[in-house]
Each structure stands twice: as structure tokens, then as C-alpha cells.
Design a protein around this ligand. Structure first.
Ligand SMILES: [Mg+2]
Length: 200
């Protein structure tokens, strides 16, 4: 059952207590190696994924001082199939979502542009990553979506979730700022996520 919302979005009316929102980039998909590959192949700039400690990181040797976030947008606008299709899943992601889907309603909630969602769905299918729902229109504040918990690598999203009374699970990445989402649980692997939901 769905209900129309004021912004034209549709949202299921299932019990939010069972709904877990799951991000894609940096959470299910290992984005940084792909971004660094693009940077190397396009601009000849060598940057290791673990060196990306913030999204506004200046790319050394890049004339325009482009930030990595801008380069990621450039990469997927040029060739979304190459960019999104070539990411590796985070270790244990497929098994963990299979376990979570057995007991909860798993909703994929990514800030990737809606016009690229078919690439994301294909990637999830190719890597046998199960889910119950794919949210088409994700608001800037993901916590507007009903749910019990959000698993996300971006501290801003996790802080929004905690503020809205949801469980916030910060999937730790080099650029994650744990101090910016007080009250969240920091997880370093999908095994950690399963432990939080007593599924380990
Ligand atoms: Mg992310």
C-alpha cells in the first residue's frame, strides 16, 4: 500500500519499526577505488582511496583544484555504466542484506540521481544483493523517510537520522566524521551491522 505525499513522492505505509534504510556509495558499494581509477585514467593523478579523508579534498596536480565530489559527478555523467557498474561490493554486503531482509524490510535509499537508478538496480542484481524496496526519490534529509534505522557512510545523513529518533549506523570510511553524528553507532563492517541487529 502506498500513499502520495505532498512532494509527489510515494512511501509505503508498512511498519517503520521493521524498515531499515540502506545507502549505496561507501556502504554497499566501494566507491572510492572507482573514483580514484577515474582520476588516474582521466587526469593522470594517482591518489589512494585511503588518502581521501574528506569530500572537499583538493586533488593534487589537478589544475582546477577540483574536489573529489565534483570529479565523481563528472565521472558518472560521462559514463554511468562504467562508473556505477564497475564498483566492487563492500565485503559481506550481499550476505548481510540477505540476513536483514529475512527479518526486516530493507529499503535502498541513495542520493544518486534518480535517472541513474537503473544502473544501481542492475549492479545490485549482478552482485546478488537482495532488498525489499528501492526508494526512487530520496529527500535531502533521508530521515524524512519512515524507518527504524539508517545505515550510511555520510555522517550528515546519519546525524539527521539520529535527530529524527532513528538508529543511526555510521559505516566508517576514511572521510567519515564520527564526532559529527553524536548518538550514532559506528560500524566498520557488515558483520558489525548484523551484530547491531542481533543477527550475527
Ligand atoms: Mg554513501
Amino acid at each position: 500500500m502506498t500513499t502520495a505525499r505532498d512532494d509527489g513522492d510515494t512511501t509505503t505505509t508498512l511498519d517503520p519499526a521493521d524498515r531499515i534504510l540502506v545507502d549505496v556509495d561507501g556502504t554497499l558499494a566501494w566507491q572510492l577505488p572507482r573514483a580514484c581509477q577515474y582520476l588516474d585514467e582521466t587526469y593522470g593523478v594517482s591518489l589512494a582511496p585511503e588518502e581521501v579523508v574528506a569530500w572537499d579534498y583538493d586533488i593534487p596536480g589537478h589544475d582546477d583544484h577540483a574536489h573529489i565530489g565534483e570529479l565523481i559527478v563528472e565521472a558518472f555523467e560521462r559514463d554511468p555504466e562504467w562508473y556505477f557498474g564497475g564498483m566492487s561490493p563492500m565485503a559481506g554486503a550481499a550476505d548481510a542484506l540477505a540476513r536483514l531482509s529475512d527479518t526486516h524490510h530493507v529499503a535502498i535509499a541513495t542520493h544518486r540521481p534518480p535517472e541513474t537508478h537503473d544502473y544501481t538496480r542492475a549492479w545490485l542484481r549482478d552482485h546478488d544483493i537482495p532488498y525489499d524496496e528501492f526508494v526512487e526519490q530520496v529527500p535531502e534529509n533521508k530521515a524524512i523517510l519512515p524507518g527504524r534505522a539508517l545505515v550510511d557512510d555520510y555522517h550528515g545523513n546519519v546525524a539527521d537520522a539520529v535527530e529524527a529518533g532513528m538508529e543511526g549506523l555510521l559505516f566508517a570510511q576514511p572521510y567519515s566524521d564520527h564526532a559529527a553524528c553524536d548518538g550514532a553507532t559506528v560500524v566498520r563492517s557488515w558483520a558489525d551491522v548484523l551484530r547491531v541487529f542481533d543477527l550475527a
